[in-house]
Design a protein around this ligand. Structure first.
Ligand SMILES: [Zn+2]
Length: 214
């Protein structure tokens, strides 16, 4: 889908049996999860929110969180995967003026560039909520595409499909979150997907094929 110059995608057109793992926000900085990603070289894409990455306290009243603020930006850099843009403070962008949207998006790109050493190319709006001003702002901040998702992954690696037959399809983009128990749930999800004969695609590489050169 082409919108105001910036494409908005929620799956990748491909016949290969690959799915794409994307993981949002950045609250639970679980070293066990990082180990699996590094050792298995699973090409996840992180959509980082600055306030989650830099948080020092637990989210209010929720049990089970162990690694909030445990690693900060170096944790994400050491994952060795693409760290993409998910705003500074995780607002519903549709409630913000065009200027405020631009501040959220450009600010996050700057923070990521500074801490990770690579400027983001992809943008995911919090809650999947966006309007035309979002696309204009993201374009002005140097981003190339807005990436939504095909299905979200709940606790215990349960995949919440939006399709009746509850099957993975080639090119599906799955949405995960940095929340406990991240290592356990992630390992289970990887096994589940591999059992179905799928491998994990590198979203950035597929996007390079999909998007016109800059
Ligand atoms: Zn989010």
């Amino acid at each position: 889908m082409k919108q105001d110059g910036l494409p908005v995608i929620s799956s990748i057109p491909t016949k290969r049996k690959v799915v794409f793992l994307t993981i949002d926000d950045g609250w639970e900085q679980d070293p066990g999860f990082a180990r699996i990603v590094r050792e298995r070289r699973i090409p996840i894409t992180v959509f980082a929110t600055r306030d989650a990455v830099e948080a020092e306290d637990l989210p209010d009243g929720e049990p089970g969180w162990k690694y909030v603020g445990a690693g900060g930006w170096p944790y994400f850099k050491n994952l060795g995967v693409a760290i993409e843009n998910h705003t500074l403070t995780h607002p519903d962008l549709r409630t913000l003026s065009p200027e405020a949207q631009k501040a959220e998006i450009c600010g996050a790109s700057k923070a990521i560039g500074r801490h990770i050493g690579r400027a983001p190319e992809l943008f995911r709006p919090p809650f999947g909520s966006w309007n035309p001003a979002t696309l204009t702002a993201a374009g002005k901040c140097g981003l190339r595409a807005v990436v939504l998702w095909t299905a979200s992954v709940q606790s215990d690696a349960k995949i919440a499909y939006q399709v009746e037959d509850k099957r993975l399809r080639p090119g599906d983009i799955l949405l995960l979150h940095f929340r406990p128990p991240l290592e356990k749930d992630f390992a289970k999800l990887v096994r589940k997907i591999e059992k179905r004969g799928f491998t994990f695609g590198d979203l950035g590489a597929y996007m390079d094929e999909l998007l016109p050169p800059q």
